[in-house]
Design a protein around this ligand. Structure first.
Ligand SMILES: NC(=O)c1ccc[n+]([C@@H]2O[C@H](COP(=O)([O-])OP(=O)(O)OC[C@H]3O[C@@H](n4cnc5c(N)ncnc54)[C@H](OP(=O)(O)O)[C@@H]3O)[C@@H](O)[C@H]2O)c1
Length: 261
């Protein structure tokens, strides 16, 4: 199936590692024009060079931007619009795990999580909206966690930020549908990514053993963690016009883990 993503302009936050990086690679291979951001400049430069392709890097912008800083997000949007003149897709993906027993959380814990996972999605959507409208529509994809639908003990503040992200996606899908802008979310269970690579390194465990253990722990019906490439396949479809009649949904990407659909 041809996704017809050639020359579509897509912005991805947290595109320098893990799931975001897998999506950057896939979209570039499909001919999309991709702007991605993160904070670690080395990782950004390495990925940008890797996906520069044969057009001298015209089709990719890898930029340092902290999504909690509105000015940096604005510069990220401006860079894409200045180079390509339009925006067709936005992937609000930047995040990190943050779950603690409630008694150990402070106001700062909550502020940090809400700023990174919820307010950043709001800010980038606000900044990109006029450009999506000017393009005649587009697709916004909010990357969340399955705990937003099925929170477990000790899963806040993440589960609360993610539940709010789900509500944000739903309400925006209703408001922006008349502008031909679709808003969907993907709720991640356990998927191979940079965050797990780093956790394995920090605990002295081989990353393959960590994934094997996570998959065998009994809580994933399909018996394994997901692959970043499988996430990228789904996200690329949701960004493409092949999913043109899908809006307002929160898709579980969790190997069947969540008790709720
Ligand atoms: N993989 C999973 O099992 C899993 C499970 C549930 C939810 N998720 C969610 O899925 C999304 C992707 O996660 P991942 O597993 O791919 O994580 P990852 O491998 O750690 O990648 C996270 C990306 O976000 C960037 N990032 C983090 N904070 C940022 C900030 N303030 N501003 C800009 N960029 C920032 C990171 O780059 P820098 O550090 O250089 O900024 C990196 O590019 C996240 O929202 C995560 O919470 C993942």
């Amino acid at each position: 199936m041809d996704l017809h993503l050639e020359d579509k302009v897509v912005l991805i936050t947290g595109g320098s590692d893990g799931l975001g990086a897998a999506l950057v690679r896939l979209l570039r291979s499909e001919g999309a024009l991709v702007a991605f951001c993160g904070r670690n400049e080395e990782r950004i430069a390495a990925l940008a060079a890797d996906v520069a392709g044969t057009d001298g890097g015209h089709g990719v912008i890898g930029m340092r931007a902290d999504v909690t800083q509105e000015g940096e997000l604005a510069a990220f949007v401006d860079a894409a619009v200045q180079r390509w003149g339009r925006i067709d897709g936005v992937v609000n993906n930047a995040g990190q795990s943050s779950a603690l027993p409630f008694d150990q959380q402070t106001e700062e814990t909550w502020d940090n999580d809400l700023n990174l996972k919820l307010r950043a999605q709001i800010k980038l959507t606000r900044l990109a909206l006029p450009h999506l409208r000017a393009s005649g529509g587009g697709s916004i994809l909010n990357i969340l966690a399955i705990s937003g639908k099925a929170p477990g003990a000790n899963s806040s503040p993440t589960s609360v930020s993610r539940a709010a992200g789900l509500a944000l996606s739903k309400t925006l899908s209703k408001e922006l549908g008349p502008d031909n802008i679709r808003v969907n979310s993907i709720l991640i269970g356990l998927v191979e990514s940079g965050q797990w690579d780093r956790r394995a390194a920090a605990t002295g465990v081989a990353v393959d053993d960590l994934y094997k253990r996570m998959g065998e722990a009994g809580s994933i019906p399909l018996g394994r963690v997901g692959y970043a490439s499988e996430f990228a396949d789904l996200a690329a479809f949701m960004l493409s016009d092949r999913s043109a009649y899908i809006s307002g949904v929160g898709i579980n990407f969790d190997g069947g883990t969540s008790p709720t659909s």
